[in-house]
Design a protein around this ligand. Structure first.
Ligand SMILES: Cc1cc2nc3c(=O)[nH]c(=O)nc-3n(C[C@H](O)[C@H](O)[C@H](O)COP(=O)(O)O)c2cc1C
Length: 173
C-alpha cells in the first residue's frame, strides 16, 4: 500500500557496497517518466550515473551536503529545460519524489541532494559544476541529485503519532 511506503521511507545516506540490478534501475527511470507535469510538457530529463568516477565527482557538488553520494551505486540527476516551462521546479520535484518512492518500493534507500540555489564554491553554482561534470547543455537546470542504493543504515519508519496534525486545516485556516 502506498501509505506503508510513505511511512517507511526515510532519507538513507549510507549504502551497501552492492550494485543495483539493471531491472530495478530501469523501473526507477520508467517511474520518473510517468510523473505528471504542468500541461504535460515534461520539461525534465534524467541522467542515471553508475560510473564510480563520475559519482565521485558528483559527490563533490556541494560541501557539505553531498559527500555521502560517493558511497552510492546510483545517482540520478533530475534536470529540466527551463525554457519549456515556467513551473519546471515543480515538475522536476514531483519526478524526483516519484523516483524516491519507487526506490523505496524496490527495497532500496535514497536521499535527495539539493542542487538548485546551492553553491559548489563561492563563485560557482552546484548546478554549473554538475552541468560541466555530466556534459549537460546550458538551457537545462539541475534540480537535485538522488542518491540510491541498498541501505546500510536502519531508520525507524514514521508512526501515526509523529504526524504534525496541527498542520491540517479544514474548511478554513
Ligand atoms: C527539497 C529537499 C532538499 C534536501 N536536500 C538535502 C541535501 O542537500 N542533503 C541531504 O543530505 N539531505 C537533503 N534532504 C533530505 C532531508 O534532510 C530529509 O528529507 C529530512 O531531514 C527528513 O528526513 P526523512 O527524509 O528521513 O524523513 C533534502 C530533502 C528535500 C525534500
Amino acid at each position: 500500500m502506498l501509505l506503508d511506503i510513505l511511512k517507511s521511507r526515510r532519507s538513507i545516506r549510507k549504502f551497501q557496497n552492492k550494485e543495483i540490478e539493471q531491472e530495478k534501475i530501469d523501473t526507477i527511470l520508467k517511474s520518473a517518466l510517468l510523473a505528471p507535469s504542468s500541461r504535460s510538457i515534461r520539461p525534465w530529463e534524467f541522467v542515471a550515473v553508475t560510473n564510480k568516477e563520475i559519482i565521485n565527482q558528483l559527490s563533490q557538488s556541494r560541501d557539505p551536503g553531498s559527500g555521502f553520494l560517493a558511497g552510492a551505486p546510483l545517482a540520478v540527476a533530475v534536470i529540466a529545460d527551463h525554457t519549456l516551462s515556467d513551473v519546471w521546479v515543480e515538475d522536476a520535484s514531483i519526478a524526483a519524489t516519484i523516483i524516491q518512492l519507487t526506490a523505496q518500493d524496490l527495497g532500496l534507500g535514497s536521499c535527495w541532494i539539493q542542487v538548485r540555489e546551492r553553491f559548489h564554491k563561492e563563485q560557482e553554482t552546484a548546478g554549473d559544476y554538475i552541468r560541466e561534470v555530466l556534459g549537460i547543455p546550458g538551457q537545462y537546470c539541475v534540480e537535485c541529485l538522488i542518491a540510491i542504493g541498498y541501505p546500510a543504515e536502519e531508520k525507524k519508519p514514521y508512526e501515526e503519532d509523529m504526524l504534525k496534525r496541527e498542520k491540517l486545516h479544514f474548511d478554513k485556516f
